[in-house]
Write a protein that binds this ligand. Structure first.
Ligand SMILES: Cc1cc2nc3c(=O)[nH]c(=O)nc-3n(C[C@H](O)[C@H](O)[C@H](O)COP(=O)(O)OP(=O)(O)OC[C@H]3O[C@@H](n4cnc5c(N)ncnc54)[C@H](O)[C@@H]3O)c2cc1C
Length: 315
């Protein structure tokens, strides 16, 4: 709405009260230059699979004092309560690692990333469960869905896992893999029927519903660092589906140069850490080979933690 179109009594057209003009301060301190944390790039992109990608298109903060990274925004937020000025970079590292170890999470929410991503619909369905992000997706009602489908290579066709009902493990024999790829090919051929339905006047919002889950969609996905790390922790885990793990790996590669100290701490205190239950601590203390549980899954989890810790396997 233009100013002229506003009703005369609108408070928006009132003159600004004195003292509300923003004070512009550039650079933040004497002798400090601000640099773009994305190195001046409009977009940093990692290709995933045949047609997919994760592209970092913006970040907050976008500018950081020269020689620093977006990690600086975490330190700045954490120090607000002390009112302290700029500290040594080494002290900043210690502070970030302390925050990560003690799960003081809100300073990590001060950094945000905006990604442009393309992924098959079955991956998008898992991804969208991460509710703390802001998402805007391509509309198959408004626009024609492009002719792009995910198709794994023969070697990447996995067999159903026996130990994990939700997962696949190891390649399946070539004949079965090839028959599976034929089945995917047949579902991709439905694209021609999708096109024909639209030519015959069927609405795009209905024509699309016969297309398979291997079809690509795309979206903008904006998320703060704390919740991005949560996404990475869940979707890089061995229990997550291989295809979404590939996207999580791409996301990690994109953000690591922007928040290197945080990612190092995240690796040390989350990704490569081992969380122990009370029963497991008891087993270590008593030297017992197994944990005191009748639950077979829980016992198997302890076995895998023992291996990760380099303890002798239980007898
Ligand atoms: C390996 C794996 C297997 C899975 N299998 C299944 C499955 O079979 N079926 C299925 O349905 N899902 C499944 N999921 C999805 C899973 O249950 C979660 O929905 C998903 O991982 C998102 O996790 P989240 O809720 O922690 O993340 P987010 O939605 O990003 O939430 C992060 C945190 O924010 C807070 N939060 C967010 N929204 C709310 C809210 N509305 N109210 C209160 N607090 C909120 C919570 O503390 C939450 O933990 C699976 C996930 C993984 C990783």
């Amino acid at each position: 709405m233009t100013r002229a179109a506003l009703p005369a009594e609108s408070p928006i057209v009132e003159p600004k009260p004195a003292g509300t003009e923003p004070i512009r301060r550039v650079p933040p301190a004497e002798g400090v230059r601000l640099v773009d944390v994305m190195g001046g790039a409009e977009r940093l992109e990692v290709r995933v699979h045949d047609h997919g990608f994760v592209a970092l298109v913006d970040a907050m903060p976008r500018l950081a004092p020269e020689g620093q990274t977006a990690d600086a925004a975490i330190v700045q937020a954490a120090r607000v309560s002390y009112g302290q000025g700029t500290k040594q970079v080494s002290e900043d590292r210690g502070l970030i690692r302390y925050l990560m170890r003690h799960r003081h999470t809100t300073p990590f929410e001060m950094v945000e990333f905006k990604f442009h991503c393309a992924m098959p619909i079955f991956v998008a369905r898992q991804w969208i469960r991460h509710r703390t992000a802001n998402v805007n997706e391509y509309s198959g009602r408004y626009s024609v869905m492009p002719d792009r489908f995910y198709r794994p290579s023969v070697e990447k066709v996995r067999r159903q896992s026996k130990s994990n009902r939700q997962g696949g493990e190891g390649p399946i024999e070539v004949g079965a893999a090839e028959r599976f790829l034929e089945y995917l090919g047949a579902s991709e051929a439905l694209y021609e029927r999708y096109t024909r339905s639209q030519e015959e006047g069927v609405a795009r919002e209905l024509a699309r519903i016969g297309l398979p889950q291997s079809l690509y969609t795309e979206w903008y996905w904006k998320c703060d660092l704390h919740n991005t790390l949560r996404f990475l922790s869940l979707r890089l885990d061995a229990h997550a589906q291989e295809e979404i793990r590939d996207y999580a790996r791409a996301m990690w590669a994109l953000i690591e140069p922007l928040v290197p100290v945080t990612m190092e701490a995240f690796r040390d205190y989350e990704m490569e850490s081992v969380r122990l239950t009370r029963l497991e601590v008891e087993a270590i203390r008593s030297g017992a080979p197994g944990i005191d549980s009748t639950n077979s899954r829980e016992r198997a989890e302890w076995e895998s933690k023992r291996r990760a810790l380099g303890l002798d396997p239980a007898e």
